[in-house]
Every structure is written in C-alpha cells, then in structure tokens.
Write a protein that binds this ligand. Structure first.
Ligand code: PLP
Length: 497
C-alpha cells in the first residue's frame, strides 16, 4: 500500500506498527510466484555466468540502507533488473560446472512455505511437525539408499557441516580422552588424532579437522589408484606408521563420488580396515549418494551399510534447493553424547521425543525437511531414479563423443554423470594452456558453463550433468561449443609463428 508521496504505508490507521499489510503481502507474493515461474521458464535467455565485472552489482545499489520504508513492489523491480540477471544461473539447463544442482518446482514451493511458517526446529516442542517430518523424510532417504534399519538421519545445511559433526562424534568416541569436557589444549598426554582420506577427498575433511583442533597436518591424504580410488594398502601402511609414531588413528573419510571424477573408494575393504583398527568410518556421498537410489547403480556402493556415518546432499543431485544435507549415523546416541547441551531455558521435561538440537552444534534450525518431502512426493522415488538415469545416460553420451574424437582424451571413468576430459595439443603448445583457454572460451560464449580440476597434475575440464531441466540438446550444444572453440584456438595457434 503506497502513500501519495510514494513512500509505503508502514503504519496502520490506529498507529500500530507491524508487518506489511496483508493485501500488499498477497499482491507481492503473487508477483513473486510469477517472477519465479518466468525465471524458470525463460532462464535460457541468460548466459549461465553473467558477463559482469566484480563490483558492478554493488555499484548499482545504494551504499547506505533506506531510512524510509519502500514499497515491496519497488524492491521487486530492483530484484528483477539488478539481482536476477547478475547471478550465476545454477538453475540453467546449461549449467555443467562443479556439481550441477537444481531447485526443482516442488522444492521451491517447500522452501517458500518453510519461510512462511518460520518454524525453528530446535526441540520437538518448538516444532512437532517439522521435527517428525525431518526424522521421517531422512528415514525415507535411508530406505531409498537401501540402508538397513537403525541409521538415523537429520538435516544440516551442507556436507561440510555433516562431515564436521561426524568427525566430532568420532573424536568423542575416544572416551578415555574425554575431549568433550577437558578439551585438547594443554594436554601433552593426548596423542595427535589422525584422519585418513584419499588425495581426491573433498576439502571439507580438512576443514572438519582444523575446526576440531586435530590440525591439518593430521589429515593423511593417501594416494589413489589409477581410477582415482583410495588404495586400501596405503591406508594400512599409514595407520601402522602413525601408531608406530605414537599417534592415534581416529577416522577414515571414504568418498562415494569424489568431487573431481566421481570415483568411489573401495568401501568394503575400507570398512574391514576400520573395523579391525577401531576407526570411525565416515562416507562422503554428498553427490554420489543420490545414484544409490537406482538399484542397478547400487553395486558401486557396496559396503556403504558398514559406515558409522554417511552424508548425502539432496541439494546436489536430488533436485532440492540448496541447502539440504542429510547426515545418517548408525548410532544416533553417539551424536547426542557428543553434542547435547541442555541449558535450563531449553528444558521441556518431555520424554521419548527427538530434540534435533541435540544432534549437532546449531540450536536454531530451518525447516529443510519440507522441501525434501515435497520433492520426494512430487516426483516419487521412481521419478527421481528416472532423472538420475537420464543424467547418467547424457554424461555417457558426451563421454562417447569425447572418446570418438582423436583431438580429445577422456581422462577418467564415468560411473555417474560427470565427464573429465582434455583437448590434446596438436602443435606442440602447452596442453594445460590450451585447455585453460578452451574453458575460458566455452564459458564466455554464454549458453553452457563448465568447470575444471587437476588430475595427475594436469588441468582437466569437467562436464557435470545434474540440473533437472537439462535436455539432450543442452549436452549436444556443450559438445559442439567445445569442438568449435577448440578448433578456433588451434587455428589461432597454427597461425602463430
Ligand atoms: N563432499 C563432496 C564429495 C563434494 O563434492 C562437496 C562439494 O561439492 C562437498 C563434500 C561439500 O559440500 P557442501 O557444499 O554441501 O559443504
């Protein structure tokens, strides 16, 4: 509701202050629905990465906050002209970088309703439906992954947080050290605690170790085999070496779907070693876990059921808007023992209920389960499987084109929906330089967006299929663009003396 001078009517007639008027909210909410629907329907009109320079967005916004209320409609106008065009469009079907993700329709609706409810799921008492839905929907995910009864799940913002919580529980399992109460500092009797992971494990394992006070130098990055999987023999020798040096092996972070190549570490062998050595086994299946909902892909995940904890991010490949990361633990009491702190102002005296604040660090918790519930129901498990299969088939097809073209190399197996490839140098030019220029050229063109990694010390391009709106034509377009830009770069280099 606007005043004649253009300001927003932020006072009621009786002078009482409150939220915006219901009528203004309703009108703006309808417009937001249209903005979201228009965006998703026409997202391809944007370059995936906006062609802007750092600071351009800031330059278009007032440096100081408005003293006077502004109509929400004006704010939405600015959203439309300044913000929307200048994001990197992760919801674009040509987004193939990092791990492509999706905010699907049902997920967006769940996110919107969660904001309207604004429930804080710290205790059962402060959010009965949101607590019970979170526990239920995590159990649905457990069943979808083919994991046995007993694993308990809760939702965090990211895999980084889930892995941190898991390693914190592993640290707490060293009961003799009583680190929860006595800490680590000033205790010379506490040996260094060591975490093992492959050289291809995600950096979130390092961040967990540094946050928990274990020290980055106590994360052993072990050599992987030719297919980028952790070598169990390396793990056995590293543990023996560390024990010999008076250190205390704590946990293995195995990866089921590594960030660079989506390789899966040999989980059964790693589980055997963890059991024998008394180590916590955490499996980072942040991306790959989604594939385990397809029975025919599940053999790749054999041994997952032996883990002490597993992280799967529905915000990566289960079409749920960021953020939504599920941590499943074999023994939820270990998480509660590690993290539960109940001050008087949070006591409820209720028995037999789940208080999700006990399972981690954060007290306030968003209602993330709602969007995941809506996604699973709206697509059905069979619908989710079909989409994952489609993405794997598209990646396989792209990999076949790469393999069939003598100017390119496929540089890693393609177990799921990510393809790692390189252009070969033809005129003695530096191959890494050629591939860097290729990535820049492809991404500058606009309709597709790829990312890169380093494999065996060499700059490597990655195409990750994962957006729910990606169709065969987008993958074809990516390949044609790669070929065209590469041909152009080669022609340029040929002309150079
Ligand atoms: N683990 C793996 C295998 C990943 O690829 C990533 C991110 O891509 C992460 C963990 C971290 O995920 P998040 O951003 O949810 O912390």
């Amino acid at each position: 509701m606007n005043k004649p001078d253009g300001g927003r009517m932020d006072e009621r007639a009786d002078g009482w202050l409150g939220d915006i008027e219901p009528a203004e909210f309703r009108a703006a909410a309808h417009r937001v629905a249209d903005l979201a629907a228009d965006y998703l329907e026409h997202v391809e009109r944007f370059s995936v990465a906006p062609p802007i320079s750092p600071g351009e967005v800031t330059g278009r916004l007032p440096p100081a906050p408005p003293e006077r209320a502004e109509p929400v409609a004006t704010v939405l106008d600015d959203y439309l002209s300044i913000i929307e065009p200048n994001v990197t469009h992760w919801n674009h079907p040509g987004f193939f970088a990092y791990f492509a993700v999706s905010g699907s329709g049902p997920g967006i609706l769940g996110e919107t309703l969660a904001a309207a409810l604004n429930v804080n799921t710290m205790l059962w008492h402060t959010g009965p439906a949101s607590t019970e839905l979170e526990v239920l929907v995590c159990d649905w995910l457990r069943q979808m992954l083919g994991l046995p009864d007993g694993f308990h799940g809760h939702i965090n913002d990211t895999a980084s947080m889930s892995t941190l919580l898991a390693l914190g529980a592993a640290r707490h399992r060293l009961a003799d050290l009583d680190i929860r109460n006595r800490g680590l500092a000033g205790r010379p009797e506490v040996p260094p605690l060591v975490v093992y992971a492959s050289e291809h494990a995600h950096s979130s394992a390092d961040k967990a170790a540094l946050t928990l006070g274990l020290g980055l130098e106590h994360v052993r990055r072990l050599r992987a085999d030719d297919a980028y999987r952790l070598d169990p023999a390396e793990l056995v020798s590293a543990i023996a070496r560390d024990r010999g040096a008076g250190k205390c092996p704590l946990a293995v972070v195995a990866t089921a779907g590594t960030t660079s190549t989506t390789s899966v570490d040999p989980l059964p062998a790693l589980a055997d070693i963890c059991r024998r050595e008394g180590l916590w086994m955490h499996v980072d299946a942040a991306y790959g876990g989604a594939a385990a909902i397809c029975p025919e892909l599940r053999p790749a995940f054999e041994g997952l059921e032996e883990a002490d904890s597993i992280v799967v991010n529905p915000h990566k490949w289960l079409f749920t808007p960021i953020d939504c990361s599920v941590l499943l633990v074999r023994d939820p009491a270990q998480l509660r023992d590690a993290y539960s702190v109940v001050p008087a102002y949070l006591e409820t005296g209720e028995a037999g209920v789940t208080n999700l604040m006990d399972y981690g660090i954060q007290l306030g918790r968003r209602f993330r389960a709602l969007k995941l519930w809506m996604v699973i129901r709206a697509f059905g498990v069979e619908g989710l499987r079909a989409r994952i299969r489609q993405h794997c088939a598209l990646a396989r097809e792209f990999a076949d084109w790469v393999e069939a073209d003598p100017r390119f190399d496929l540089v890693a197996p393609v177990p799921f929906s990510v393809v790692c490839f390189r252009a070969r140098s033809e005129y003695g030019e530096d191959e890494d330089d050629l591939n860097r220029a290729l990535l820049r050229g492809v991404n500058a063109a606009g309709p597709v967006f790829l990312s890169s990694t380093e494999l065996s010390g060499r700059f490597t391009l990655r195409l990750a299929v994962g957006n729910i709106r990606t169709e065969p034509r987008h993958v074809e377009q990516a390949w044609h663009l790669v070929q065209r830009v590469c041909a152009h770069l080669r022609a340029e280099r040929r002309r150079q003396p």
